[in-house]
Design a protein around this ligand. Structure first.
Ligand SMILES: *[C@@H]1O[C@H](CO)[C@@H](O)[C@H](O)[C@H]1NC(C)=O
Ligand SMILES: *[C@@H]1O[C@H](CO)[C@@H](O)[C@H](O)[C@H]1NC(C)=O
Ligand SMILES: *[C@@H]1O[C@H](CO)[C@@H](O)[C@H](O)[C@H]1NC(C)=O
Ligand SMILES: *[C@@H]1O[C@H](CO)[C@@H](O)[C@H](O)[C@H]1NC(C)=O
Ligand SMILES: *[C@@H]1O[C@H](CO)[C@@H](O)[C@H](O)[C@H]1NC(C)=O
Ligand SMILES: *[C@@H]1O[C@H](CO)[C@@H](O)[C@H](O)[C@H]1NC(C)=O
Length: 511
């Protein structure tokens, strides 16, 4: 279906000015020097034609975006497929991976539970007979596969988080750490640095037939303590952190139950997973639906309520997340359109104080940042830009029901201290003008992202300021902003924009 609407969408984008260069030369499209009189398009709802008034509260920060706020995952299923087409020795893959540094990288997911580490070190003779096989035939991770991922992680500088095989269980149902201990010994012998660990994946979903296993929240809390004592056997991993409960949902009995049963005393962060809808649904309009965007906010509120009822300070991590579960929506979750939900998620998560968001995934499935041919998808570019542009305190910015607006300090690695970044999403088929009251008088650096070709929303490409982003000789091109004058700001239909105000000198952003 998207094939037939694509040309129409592109026509729309052209009609409404996909290219800013042409807008600026055409008096018909000029908005910036006519304060208060934004360009209006014929629309049924005239209220949408008036500028969106943006007011930012600079007095107070809602949260802080750290260097490690956005991270990535690879699903353990990729090990089962022997990494499929992901060639870790490829210079291109390493370049793409390095572009995300500093970052956490999680190797985890459903298959983590049924994976056996067969390391054949020749030095471990522990009795395996007590380890029950998972109910479902599992698979092995070989020493070679483990060495490959660890060497890659070290080479590119990712901070590794590994998810243990929690379905290795004793006859009494408790976790059997023998195989995990073997993996840690193997890793310590090779001096592999592993920043953090998890125990299994989405236990709240594990009472289903595939495993016929139920792990109660209090049992999981006990097992997290076992994991902590296992780590303490290894000086190399004694200081590594643990996150949990890694629930697929946010049901109180599980998420809060785990924290209240002692989990909160062990974990560095309370962690949960989030997807908006099922991959099989493939309903394109959901990707630009602000009601879908808002559904995430309620979940985050609930997660914070539950966490705070147990611990006043414990950080919250969104440790596996994407648009659609079960591998993403084919031809949608890895296209330009996916950026709306992804960028909004980063805006909501940072505004609500979530410390870390791990994107499912770097590679694999229909929601990857890097495709099976090892080329970057649109969300790769968005993620890199986000890391380069946004860092530090987050501020409350007002918007309007049909758009999304977020404000934060700009990353001082790339911008003057005190700089502010405002990013706005226009997930509509009409253009929107923003009156940024406190900022209108300042020039700004602009990064506008639009569909990269005539496939429109389902384009495999994204353009930055009208230029399609692609690797150049396996290197990233310069991701340069365009200099834009003071005035109101108009955001084209189906696009999103980052504006950096280096003159803002926001006091919270100066330090
Ligand atoms: C996993 O490794 C064990 C021990 O080497 C072997 O017996 C078993 O067949 C392997 N399982 C799979 C699914 O390859
Ligand atoms: C082990 O790794 C740590 C951290 O990367 C490093 O500081 C240390 O020198 C390494 N030790 C050896 C023996 O290679
Ligand atoms: C599931 O587990 C229960 C209790 O351990 C056992 O009685 C039952 O036979 C198991 N069912 C299957 C299908 O394995
Ligand atoms: C969170 O708690 C507040 C205050 O108790 C309550 O008003 C709100 O409805 C709760 N929100 C959710 C999503 O649970
Ligand atoms: C942001 O500001 C608006 C308008 O003043 C207010 O309604 C909202 O509660 C604020 N949000 C936060 C998270 O402070
Ligand atoms: C924009 O979208 C609305 C609702 O989705 C639709 O009714 C309208 O015809 C569209 N307008 C244009 C110009 O495509």
């Amino acid at each position: 279906m998207q094939i037939s609407v694509a040309p129409f969408l592109f026509a729309l984008l052209c009609l409404f000015g996909i290219s800013r260069a042409s807008q600026q030369n055409d008096p018909h499209f000029s908005v910036n020097n006519e304060k208060g009189r934004g360009r209006t398009l014929p629309k049924k709802d005239n209220s949408l034609a008036t500028p969106v008034v943006v007011q930012i509260n600079f007095q107070q920060s809602l949260g802080t975006i750290t260097t490690h706020f956005v991270g990535v995952t690879i699903d353990t299923g990729a090990v089962e497929h022997n990494w499929a087409t992901l060639d870790f020795s490829s210079k291109k893959v390493q370049t793409l991976a390095r572009a995300l540094v500093p970052t956490f990288f999680r190797l985890g997911g459903t298959n983590a539970d049924e994976m056996t580490y067969v390391l054949d070190t020749g030095r471990d003779h522990s009795d395996h007979s007590t380890i029950m096989a998972p109910a479902k035939p599992g698979f092995n991770m070989t020493a070679e596969q483990w060495v490959t991922i660890n060497e890659f992680v070290q080479t590119v500088g990712w901070d590794f988080i590994f998810d243990f095989n929690a379905l290795k269980r004793n006859a009494d149902g408790s976790w059997n750490p023998d195989n995990a201990r073997q993996l840690l010994q193997f890793s310590a012998d090779r001096n592999y640095t592993i920043a953090g660990f998890e125990m299994g994946n989405e236990y709240d979903h594990y009472n289903y037939n595939k495993y016929n296993t139920t792990v109660t929240p209090s049992q999981l809390a006990k097992e997290i303590v076992s994991l902590q004592s296992l780590l303490s056997e290894f000086p190399k991993y004694y200081g590594s952190f643990i996150i949990g409960p890694e629930t697929g949902g946010i049901k109180e009995e599980y998420f809060q139950g785990f924290l209240a049963a002692g989990g909160s005393k062990v974990v560095r962060a309370a962690s949960f997973h989030h997807y908006y809808f099922a991959g099989a649904d493939r309903i394109l309009s959901r990707f630009t639906d602000v009601k879908i965007m808002d559904s995430f906010k309620l979940q985050v509120d609930s997660v914070f309520n539950q966490t705070r009822s147990v611990d006043a300070l414990l950080p919250v991590w969104l440790s596996e997340t994407s648009s659609a579960y079960n591998g993403g929506a084919l031809g949608q979750s890895d296209r330009f359109v996916a950026g709306f939900l992804w960028l909004d998620k980063l805006g909501v998560a940072s505004s609500k104080g979530i410390q870390t968001v791990l994107r499912q995934d770097f590679y694999g499935g229909n929601y990857a940042l890097v495709d099976i041919d090892l080329n970057p998808n649109p969300d790769f570019w968005l993620t890199v830009l986000y890391k380069r542009i946004v860092r530090g305190a987050v501020f409350n910015a007002t918007g309007r029901h049909d758009v999304r607006v977020y404000a934060a300090c700009a990353n001082t690695d790339n911008f003057k201290a005190g700089s502010l970044v405002l990013y706005m999403l226009n997930p509509n088929n009409y253009s929107v003008t923003f009156d940024m009251t406190q900022l209108d008088h300042m020039p700004r650096q602009r990064y506008t992202l639009t569909a990269g070709d005539s496939d429109g929303l389902v384009s495999k490409f994204v353009s930055l300021n009208g230029k399609k982003l692609e690797l150049v000789n396996d290197e990233l091109p310069d991701l340069k902003p365009e200099m834009a004058p003071s005035g109101l700001e108009t955001v084209a239909p189906y696009s999103y924009t980052f504006l950096v105000f280096e003159e803002a000198r926001v006091s919270i952003c100066l330090h």
